[in-house]
Ligand binder design. Structure first.
Ligand code: GSH
Length: 195
């Protein structure tokens, strides 16, 4: 049985947990909850980076990075999602949006004395530019059940989770529709971060 080490608030880990459910891999992947900031022996032994998600394979090898784990899981599914270069391009943009949102959050929870308005502003501008670009991409509807579609939906959902004041839906009906398609799915609800 493969082991997926995750934390309940990690959007990167959530992507892998959703794939386990959507691709019907629950019989071959078991989930192990962990808090990466506690540096548990289980996590550090599997992943020297000290980050989640981490997928420990049956032979003991471990995969890090949500994109790699997702591609691995998709390859093992009986009915994989189709994923070409265009989807990978969108997946990378969605992952980048997530990276900016997580970096903005990290900057915000620092002690105010060392908090950087330069980095905060830089992250915010990047988030807005990427949201606008993704909205243009949605002019041709993005397939929700794709690695790109899922990653984008998770990135905007993370904005709702950490920055509820962010009105990303305004003027972005395409992105709102993509998020809406995921919001109604059982796998999305089952993996939602705790409030
Ligand atoms: N690029 C990585 C990012 C993973 C990541 O940053 N995970 C966070 C949780 S959201 C973590 O484990 N942070 C602990 C740390 O950075 O020390 C991926 O796609 O898996």
């Amino acid at each position: 049985m493969m082991q997926l080490i995750y934390s309940p608030t990690s959007p990167y880990a959530r992507k892998c947990r959703i794939l386990v459910r959507e691709l019907a891999l629950q019989d071959v992947v078991t989930e192990i909850a962990d808090n990466p900031f506690e540096d548990s022996a289980t996590l550090l032994q599997a992943n020297p980076l000290g980050r989640v998600p981490c997928l420990v394979l049956d032979d003991g090898q471990a995969l890090t990075e949500s994109g790699l784990i997702s591609a691995w899981l998709n390859d093992r599914a009986a009915t994989p999602w189709s994923s070409g270069w265009d989807d990978r391009r969108l997946e990378a943009l969605g992952s980048g949006l997530l990276d900016l949102a997580v970096a903005r959050r990290v900057e915000m929870v620092r002690d105010e004395a060392i908090y950087s308005s330069f980095w905060l502003g830089r992250r915010e501008r990047g988030i807005l530019r990427t949201l606008d670009e993704l909205e243009r991409e949605c002019a041709t509807p993005v397939e929700p059940l794709s690695l790109g579609g899922l990653t984008i939906a998770l990135a905007v959902d993370y904005l709702d989770f950490r920055f509820p004041e962010c009105e990303w839906r305004q003027q972005r009906p395409g992105l709102a529709a993509l998020h809406g398609a995921w919001a109604g799915r059982a796998s999305f609800a089952a993996t939602a971060p705790p409030l």
